[in-house]
Design a protein around this ligand. Sequence first.
Ligand code: ZN
Length: 214
Amino acid sequence: MYLILGGYASLAVDFKDYIVVIEGPQSEERASAIITEAKRLIPGKPIKYLVNTHHHFDHASGLRTFVAEGATIITHQINKAYYEKLFVAPHTLSPDKLAMSKKAPNIETMTEKRVLTDGNHVIELHHVRGSGHNAGLLVAYFPKEKILVEADAYNPPAQASAPVPMPISPFTSNLMENLDRLKLKVETVIPIHYAADGRKVTWAELQRAAGRAN
Ligand SMILES: [Zn+2]
C-alpha cells in the first residue's frame, strides 16, 4: 500500500486485480493527481473502489473525478441520496471530467462495517458512532499492519513536540471510544490531514492527544 501526500493524504492499495484508493479530496485537480500517482505506483490495474470517509466538501470534492475514472464510491448509507444528486449534477459553465465522460455513477453504501479483501490485503471500514464531527464518518483499519486511517477525528499539529491542545477535542475522544468498542489494535495512524512535518503519527501520539497518556 502506498501513502500519497502533497495535499490531503490518500492511500492506494495494490489488490490482486485492482486498486483501492482511500479518500478523493479537495478538487478535480487533486483527484486527478492521486489517480495518476496511484496508476504510476500500481501499473496496469484499474481503480475499482474509492473509499470516502465523509461528505464534507474538502473530503468529497474529488469524488466526481473518481466516478469519471470508473471507480465505485464506497461511503456511509447517509450520503447516498446526496451523492446520487451530486454525481449527476450538470456542470455546464466549466464541465469537469464527469460532465464530459457522462459515466453512470456506482455507489456502494455501508452502515457499521465492511471488509475489503483480495485474500491477502484486508481493509476494514468502520462507522465512527456518535461523532460530533459527522454522522456518517468512516475510518479504515488495516488489521495486519495495525494502521488506522482517520479523517478529522485527530488532525495532528505540525510538530509532534507541540503541546496537547486543551481542552481535548471531543472528536478525538469519540474516536478513542470507538476504537475501544471495536477493539482495534493500532500502531500507526494516518490522518487524512497529515502532519505537516511528514512524521509517522504513532498510537502514543494519538493517546496523548486524547489525554490518555500518563
Ligand atoms: Zn470533516
